[in-house]
Design a protein around this ligand. Structure first.
Ligand SMILES: Cc1cc2nc3c(=O)[nH]c(=O)nc-3n(C[C@H](O)[C@H](O)[C@H](O)COP(=O)(O)OP(=O)(O)OC[C@H]3O[C@@H](n4cnc5c(N)ncnc54)[C@H](O)[C@@H]3O)c2cc1C
Length: 543
């Protein structure tokens, strides 16, 4: 079993962050026999709130619960979205964001990886990353050329979907003439399908569940509630990290071989800058000595959705405390049998707007619940419509807008400035607006057999320019930030294709921040894959 509670000060590898990628890289490195310390600012994930998939609702709706597992970050005012300061939830708990996310399991479009490779990132083409995905998966459909079984992450489908979700599949198929897919994570993603979730037997399969608790290599030591303040870089080589324990005490933890940053698109970029790696002038402005002048924090991008909620008699879920309490009581008596055993999402579609080029550019997430309106910006408990409903998140998966992440202060405990520049490129708003109109056509399909009673949000009367204006207030992050430590072979790259930080020895970044461009779909599975791949690259290099 992985060691917990110890406080060693030296290992072969020091991994910062136990999130989607960090848990995978740490678990796999330790499995090879190397000693590994994984450092995590958050607390243990051995809590009902994290382990039970359906707790995702209250976890994000109740501010007091959210504060237990989330960094509580916000964006800077988004000037193309009415100056909104939008929430940027990130897991601050063992398992990182994989412990607080929606468990939607999507690899992305194979073309995404081929385009990374075409930019010079050799080894990241779809066929190469497929090998890493095969190792990480335990897919209930069994192994084939595209899917793995026996790996640390269990992937299943909801066994008791809502009737309206099945109707939605038929409606997307009929309206857009796209195929109904058995598996959107195989050769082709285009079409509509039952969603796959990284949850099984009533348990969330976060990266920490799979790679730390279940794989549990003996040489892995997990230190939680430890904030990493900076990477120690001596004569151009990373030799360890300076940390702050819960009681405020500081230590240095030394890495005999390498330091791996897996702090996510916020944490890794922030730590690099605090350690002297970033835009030179920006670092000097904060009194930080420059080690390497690299464009850390550029290329920030994210997915954005617009939610449409319809009153539907073909769904039975109600977003009120009484309905939830009944489900909870049943789940405690018969674990794995209620909505609490599953993600809240049931169907996914990958379809094309008129702007799509070679791949589908719009993702549809269907959840059989009513949804918050107009947005979740205020840090309060938001009410949802009491009626049974189907909500479709119309999701922009290839945003053209790019933003930045910068330091607000040289203090490692201060939140950085997160500026995704949502909708800065007008084409992004065009796609979301067209996607909204497509969803309205889908929901008007006869496949629903009269069970759709009304468009609750934004409301059928919201059309044309008013719709575009409303999306500025209603658009919401899917919480898929990436790209701040971009991988590449050019001057704008922060890491090389083997994930080494340019200009510093013994230091790599392995998490969603290395994506040169975002994958077409939810980013948890790709982040875990990046962790798997990082371990492979590190172990190859150590041979
Ligand atoms: C609310 C929410 C819902 C989402 N839903 C889905 C979904 O359904 N499906 C999907 O595929 N994706 C989803 N995502 C996105 C997905 O979870 C992330 O893209 C993915 O987890 C990112 O992995 P990562 O390894 O890059 O970072 P993370 O998993 O965020 O890991 C970073 C870790 O580093 C730690 N850390 C950071 N800085 C420090 C420091 N200085 N010292 C110590 N520790 C530090 C953090 O506490 C964290 O544990 C969601 C994300 C959120 C927040």
């Amino acid at each position: 079993m992985a060691k917990q509670g110890s406080r060693s000060d030296e290992a072969d590898y020091v991994v910062v962050g136990s999130g989607s990628a960090g848990a995978a890289v740490a678990g796999r490195l330790a499995e090879s026999g190397a000693s590994v310390i994984v450092l995590e600012a958050g607390k243990s994930d051995e809590q009902f709130l994290v382990k039970k998939p359906g707790m995702i609702g209250p976890m994000h709706a109740v501010p007091q619960l959210k504060a237990k597992v989330d960094w509580g970050l916000y964006s800077t005012p988004q000037k193309h979205m009415l100056d909104r300061k939008m929430p940027v939830p990130r897991g601050k708990v063992v398992g990182g964001s994989s412990s607080i996310n929606g468990m939607v399991y999507v690899r992305g479009n194979r073309a995404n990886y081929d385009s990374w490779a075409a930019e010079g990132n050799t080894g990241w083409e779809a066929d190469s990353v497929n090998a890493a995905y095969l190792r990480m998966e335990d897919y209930e459909g069994g192994a084939n050329a595209y899917r793995g079984s026996g790996g640390p992450i269990r992937i299943t489908r909801n066994k008791f979907p809502q009737e309206g979700a099945g109707m939605f599949i038929d409606a997307v198929h009929d309206t857009l003439d796209v195929p109904v897919l058995d598996d959107y994570n195989a050769e082709s993603q285009e079409g509509v399908a039952w969603m796959q979730q990284n949850a099984a037997d009533g348990l969330r399969y976060s990266a920490s569940r799979g790679y730390i608790h279940d794989l549990a290599p003996a040489t892995l030591e997990l230190q939680s509630e430890v904030l990493v303040r900076r990477v120690v870089i001596e004569s151009g080589r990373a030799t360890g990290v300076e940390v702050q324990d819960k009681d405020g005490g500081r230590r240095t933890i030394r890495a005999g071989k390498e330091v791996v940053l897996s702090g996510g698109f916020v944490g890794s970029a922030q730590l690099l800058m605090l350690s002297g790696v970033g835009h030179a002038q920006h670092l000097r402005d904060h009194g930080i000595e420059v080690v390497a002048d690299l464009p850390v924090g550029d290329n920030l991008h994210d997915h954005l959705f617009h939610a449409l909620t319809f009153h539907a008699t073909s769904a039975k879920m109600k977003g009120n405390p009484w309905f939830f309490a009944k489900g909870l009581a049943k789940e405690v008596v018969r674990p794995g049998t209620t909505f609490l055993a599953n993600s809240v999402f049931e169907v996914l579609g990958f379809v094309r707007t008129s702007q799509a080029t070679d791949v589908p550019d719009l993702q549809l997430h269907l959840l059989p619940w009513a949804y918050v309106s107009p947005n979740q910006d205020a840090p309060i408990r938001h009410e949802v419509d009491p009626r049974t409903a189907l909500t479709v998140l119309t999701t922009l998966i290839y945003p053209r807008s790019r933003g930045t992440l910068r330091l607000a202060s040289a203090d490692p405990t201060a939140a950085p400035l997160i500026d995704p520049q949502y909708l800065a490129d007008p084409a992004d708003l065009d796609t979301l607006t067209e996607g909204t109109e497509m969803v309205r056509q889908i929901m008007a399909s006869s496949a629903f057999r009269g069970t759709i009673k009304e468009e609750i949000h934004p409301g059928a009367n919201v059309q044309g320019q008013e719709l575009r204006d409303q999306i500025l207030n209603r658009g919401t992050s899917v919480y898929h930030g990436v790209g701040t430590c971009r991988m590449g072979v050019d001057e704008l790259a922060v890491v090389t294709p083997d994930l080494k930080v340019r200009g510093v020895d013994g230091l790599r970044v392995a998490d969603a921040s290395i994506m040169p461009s975002i994958t077409g779909g939810n980013t948890n599975a790709p982040a875990i894959m990046i962790g798997e791949k990082a371990a492979e690259l590190i172990l190859e290099g150590a041979r």
